[in-house]
Ligand binder design. Structure first.
Ligand code: NAD
Length: 367
């Protein structure tokens, strides 16, 4: 994609504008009568307030009058307590059904902001301006919004589409490398579940080549948009996007309990993908060389996480809350090959434990 072009990708429920000039369209849109808002709110976290809000305001001057709502950075903000505070703020500031919420941040901001908007006065319009790589390629697209509750990831939530998503890679200029890698985890997942050529291209992706990065972001958004359009409410095929997430979400929730090293979502998904590739191998879907290729790519890009043996039982019990399970059985989305996936696969608990042990035995070059 050329750096001056703006590309449009549509899902079944919303449109995504991509490119370093895409926000010019937001400026134009806000000036139209059809889109006029009684009041505009911008949700940021402490980092996007500092690094991204000035860039947004420089590109969309009409937003200078907007009310800014700030939350602490990090997964802990996807909570009922924070949601309650923000609903109270919206109510005190007289937000009404014609108000517009702009989510300026990573996946935490778009998940929480969509959840706020979806529930406030039975639904406010919202726009996503994702600022982390992970949110640009995945979290901001597809209308799944929610918060963590009762120690479980995304336990409360709904499907609520944004009006629009603006994916402007210029925001990534201030994103720490560790967070760039978290985005790469979801991009690698896109390749693994449905596009082997993309998976191979990503092996040599440089974050420092804007054209290359923009092209890869575009490909990931296309994949996500195509899959969510085919199954907007995740009753079937969309479940393949959960590859790596059954183990990943349980690990992330376990790390938030405080008995393991701190773990970001993308890092947890990277561990989850190694484990679930192993489970796919055990299920007879992946051959030896595919599991080796997947694991070594992930270990080359992500530091090895120390998972204590005593955590296994708790991780399994957290996994039992996964939304894909049925009839008390663990169900996974698995790989049938590189670039090919399936869903609703029952997996015995012992295979999950063996997968964690497989991960732990791996000798990583960057551990
Ligand atoms: P995040 O929102 O916590 O952002 C990561 C960190 O980067 C934060 O500290 C944030 O403040 C900072 N940041 C963001 N943009 C920045 C910028 N441009 N410059 C400097 N710092 C910046 O986490 P994330 O990785 O973006 O998203 C993870 C969340 O997304 C998880 O809660 C996950 O469950 C959710 N998610 C949702 C979906 C979905 O479909 N709804 C899909 C994937 C992930």
């Amino acid at each position: 994609m050329s750096r001056v072009e703006v590309q449009t990708i549509k899902t079944d429920g919303h449109t995504i504008l991509l490119g370093r000039h895409s926000l010019a369209h937001l400026a134009e849109l806000l000036a139209t009568r059809d889109f006029a808002a009684s009041k505009i709110f911008i949700l940021v976290d402490e980092n996007t307030l500092k690094h991204c809000l000035p860039l947004l305001l420089s590109k969309v001057a009409a937003l200078r009058e907007a009310e800014v709502l700030e939350i602490p950075a990090g997964e802990e903000s996807k909570s009922l307590e924070i949601a309650q505070q923000l609903w109270a703020a919206l109510s005190d500031m007289a937000a009404d059904r014609d108000s517009l919420l702009i989510n300026l941040g990573g996946g935490v901001v778009s998940d929480l902001g969509g959840f706020l908007a979806g529930n406030f006065k039975r639904g406010l319009r919202f726009i996503n301006c994702p600022t982390s790589l992970l949110a640009q390629v995945d979290a901001s697209v597809g209308g799944k919004v929610g918060i963590n509750f009762n120690g479980i990831k995304n336990e409360l939530g709904l499907f609520k589409n944004p009006e629009l998503v603006f994916v402007d890679p210029e925001f990534l200029g201030t994103l720490p490398q560790r967070e760039m890698r978290c985005g790469l985890a979801e991009m690698l997942k896109h390749g693994l579940v449905c596009d082997a050529a993309y998976w191979h291209e990503l092996q040599s992706l440089s974050f420092y080549e804007p054209d290359e990065l923009d092209k890869a972001i575009n490909r990931s958004v296309q994949i996500k948009a195509e899959i969510v359009s085919s199954d907007p409410f995740e009753s079937g095929r969309r479940k393949v996007l959960n590859f790596g997430h059954t183990v990943g979400h349980a690990l992330e929730a376990y790390a938030m309990e405080g008995d393991m090293q701190e773990l970001n979502h993308g890092e947890a998904v990277a561990v989850g993908m190694v484990c679930e590739a192993f489970i796919s191998h055990r299920a007879g879907f992946l051959n030896e060389s595919e599991i080796q290729e997947i694991s070594s790519t992930l270990f080359e890009n992500f530091p090895k996480i120390i998972i204590p043996d005593m955590a296994h039982h708790r991780i399994l019990s957290l996994m039992r809350h996964d939304k894909k399970n049925a009839g008390g059985k663990l169900r996974f989305s698995l790989l049938e090959g590189i670039g090919d996936s399936c869903y609703d696969q029952e997996v015995p608990a012992e295979n999950v434990i063996d997968a964690l042990n497989f991960y732990k035995r791996w000798v990583s070059p960057i551990s």
